[in-house]
Design a protein around this ligand. Structure first.
Ligand SMILES: [Zn+2]
Ligand SMILES: [Zn+2]
Length: 181
């Protein structure tokens, strides 16, 4: 196996969290986690702890964008966003479930307690949730830019409006630009 990122052949086995055997590039620090190692590790690992949404531990991650071929089964790895405020993607083999982590990505995943639930990240449900998160963030940014200081008042108004039984009438009233003419 050659490193996907720096092409180095200095790939060595390394044991990370509680006896999980991965392959690590000595030159760039990237790591390949084969599912054949991950799954037995997960079974031995014991109870799954809940995800931490914040962590004080910060590691610099340079997310590699180049195409990669699975070293175990020869398929193309697909990129999956991690989401939940983590800006990088993981490269995953949909055939044998191996995962490539660029330098420090594994550490960040561990610091958020997501390492014991990796398959969730690659599920359709998780990916859909990320799209929803991104859409909400986008809307927030657009309205914030358009409405500026008034945005919080508008949000309060919307919250109030959502609770009103008369909402359809109120909306009709608002939509009519000149109701008294
Ligand atoms: Zn490398
Ligand atoms: Zn594979």
């Amino acid at each position: 196996m050659k490193c996907f990122v720096c092409n180095s052949e200095a790939i060595f086995e390394k044991v990370v969290e509680e006896k999980l055997r991965v392959k690590e590039c000595k030159d760039c620090g990237g790591q390949w986690v084969p599912f054949s190692q991950y799954y037995p590790w997960l079974e031995r690992h014991g109870p799954i702890f809940s995800e931490l949404h914040y962590s004080d531990i910060t590691h610099e991650v340079i997310d590699s964008q180049n195409g990669k071929i699975c070293p175990d089964c020869g398929r193309i790895l697909l990129r999956f966003k991690v989401g939940h405020d983590l800006q990088f993607s993981l490269d995953h083999c949909n055939n044998c479930n191996g995962v490539w982590f660029d330098k420090n990505e594994w550490k960040v995943i561990v610091s958020r307690n997501l390492h014991d639930e990796l398959p969730r990240i690659f599920s359709t449900q998780w990916q859909k949730h990320i799209q929803k998160e991104e859409r909400a963030k986008y809307f927030e940014e657009v309205f914030n830019t358009k409405c500026g200081d008034q945005y919080n008042r508008i949000k309060d108004f919307k919250k109030w409006l959502d609770e009103q039984e008369l909402m359809p009438s109120i909306l009709a009233f608002l939509a009519d630009t000149n109701p008294y003419e």
